[in-house]
Ligand binder design. Structure first.
Ligand code: FES
Length: 359
C-alpha cells in the first residue's frame, strides 16, 4: 500500500505503554495496541475468525495476540497468524513525537483469510423432500466396551421401530458412542462468540456432535430423546449435548435466525426412582426454546418410585410391559402425525420470536 500517512494522535506514549495489550477505537477503526520490550505494535483489533476483539485478548510469550473468543493467534508486530496458516490481520505504523504516540490510519498490510471450505453445516437449512423422518437419540451413559441393558434406550428403540409402520424413515444415535467435547462456554464471553455451526465443530474435525446437528437441524422431522433419571435430572450426557446446542438457540437471539422449523420433539424418560415430571419439564422447556413443537402428551415415562431399590425388577418390568411398549409406539405416532401436518402446510417460513435479543 502506498497511501499517504494520516497520523492520528493516540495519547501520551508513557501512559499507553503501561498496558501490554489494549483495544483502541478511532471511529470505525479498531486497533489492538501492544507494548513489549520497548516497542509498540498495532494491528487490527478485529479477528479474522468471527470478529473477536483482539485487543481484549492476551499476549503470548512469542509475541502473538491471542483472541479472547476462540484463541486464534496473530503476531503483534507482523499481523501474521502462526507459521503454516496463511492468514493475517492488517498492521498499522506507529511513531512517537514529543512524547505522544501517533498511529497511521492507513494500514500498511492487508487482511488475508486462510482459504478453507465452508463447513457442511453452514448450508441453507431446508427440508429435503421425502417421507417423514424420525431420529432417536439415546443419552444414557454407559461403558461402551461392556454395554448394559438400558430401559430408556430399549423404549426408544421400540418407538423407532414403530416409525416403519407409519411409513417414516428412522435413524438411531447412541450419544454414548460419539466422541464430543463439552461446550466451552464461548457465549459467556460474548454473544457473538457462540457461532453456528458450533466453533468446536468447525475447529475440531474429530468432534462428532456434527452427527447430532445434521440429524436435528437438517434431516429429521421428529426428534425423540431418551434419558435415564439421575438424581432427579436428565443424564449428564443429555446435558453435555444440550449445552452444545447453545449455538442453535443462539442463532435466534444474535442472528434472528430460527434453525428449527416445523419439527417435533418427544421424550422417553425412565428411572428406577422418581422425578419424571421435573425431568420432562426441563426437556420440554429446552426443546421448546430451540423452536420444536410438542405433540399432545409429549413424553412417555416409567419410574417405580423413591423406595424401589430393586433395580433388577425394574429392568424385568420394562422388558416385559406391553403398555410401556405400546406407549412408545403411540408417542411416535403422535409425533409423526403432528410433523406430517406441519410439513404439509409448511406452517412457518419465518418465525417472529421476539422478547430477547443479544444486541
Ligand atoms: S478466534 Fe477470534 S473470533 Fe474466533
Amino acid at each position: 500500500m502506498t497511501t499517504q500517512p494520516t497520523w492520528h494522535r493516540l495519547g501520551i506514549a508513557a501512559e499507553l505503554q503501561k498496558t501490554p495489550l489494549q483495544q483502541i477505537r478511532i471511529g470505525e477503526l479498531v486497533i489492538a495496541l501492544s507494548f513489549r520490550d520497548g516497542q509498540f505494535g498495532a494491528i487490527s483489533g478485529v479477528c479474522n475468525h468471527v470478529g473477536g476483539p483482539l485487543g481484549e485478548g492476551t499476549l503470548s510469550k512469542e509475541d502473538y495476540v491471542v483472541c479472547p473468543w476462540h484463541s486464534w493467534h496473530f503476531h503483534r508486530l507482523t499481523g501474521l497468524a502462526r507459521p503454516g496458516i496463511p492468514s493475517a490481520v492488517p498492521v498499522y505504523e506507529t511513531k512517537i513525537e514529543n512524547g505522544d504516540l501517533f498511529l497511521n490510519l492507513a494500514a500498511v498490510t492487508e487482511r488475508k483469510h486462510a482459504p478453507h471450505p465452508h463447513h457442511p453445516l453452514t448450508r441453507e437449512v431446508k427440508r429435503e423432500p421425502g417421507p417423514l423422518r424420525i431420529v432417536g437419540i439415546s443419552t444414557t451413559a454407559m461403558n461402551q466396551a461392556f454395554p448394559r441393558y438400558s430401559t430408556s434406550q430399549d423404549l426408544l428403540q421400540v418407538a423407532l421401530a414403530g416409525a416403519a409402520e407409519s411409513g417414516a424413515e428412522s435413524k438411531y444415535i447412541d450419544l454414548n458412542a460419539l466422541n464430543f467435547k463439552h461446550c466451552e462456554g464461548y457465549y459467556s464471553k460474548s454473544a457473538g462468540a457462540c457461532t453456528w455451526p458450533c466453533t468446536i465443530t468447525q475447529m475440531d474435525a474429530t468432534d462428532q456432535l456434527d452427527q447430532v446437528y445434521e440429524a436435528i437441524v437438517f434431516w429429521a422431522d421428529v426428534v425423540l430423546i431418551s434419558t435415564s433419571i439421575r438424581w432427579g435430572a436428565p443424564s449428564s450426557l443429555y446435558f453435555k449435548m444440550i449445552e452444545r446446542m447453545n449455538c442453535i438457540q443462539n442463532q435466534i437471539t444474535i442472528a434472528d435466525r430460527v434453525l428449527i422449523q416445523n419439527k417435533v420433539a418427544g421424550f422417553v424418560i425412565t428411572g428406577g426412582q422418581d422425578n419424571i415430571q421435573a425431568v420432562a419439564g426441563q426437556m420440554m422447556m429446552f426443546f421448546g426454546e430451540l423452536g420444536f413443537h410438542l405433540p399432545q402428551f409429549p413424553f412417555i415415562a416409567h419410574s417405580r418410585g423413591w423406595s424401589a431399590e430393586d433395580m433388577e425388577n425394574n429392568i424385568a418390568y420394562v422388558k416385559t410391559n406391553d403398555d410401556l411398549r405400546a406407549g412408545a409406539v403411540a408417542l411416535t405416532e403422535r409425533c409423526l402425525q403432528l410433523a406430517g401436518g406441519l410439513v404439509a402446510c409448511e406452517a412457518a417460513g419465518s418465525i417472529e420470536r421476539g422478547g430477547r435479543k443479544a444486541h
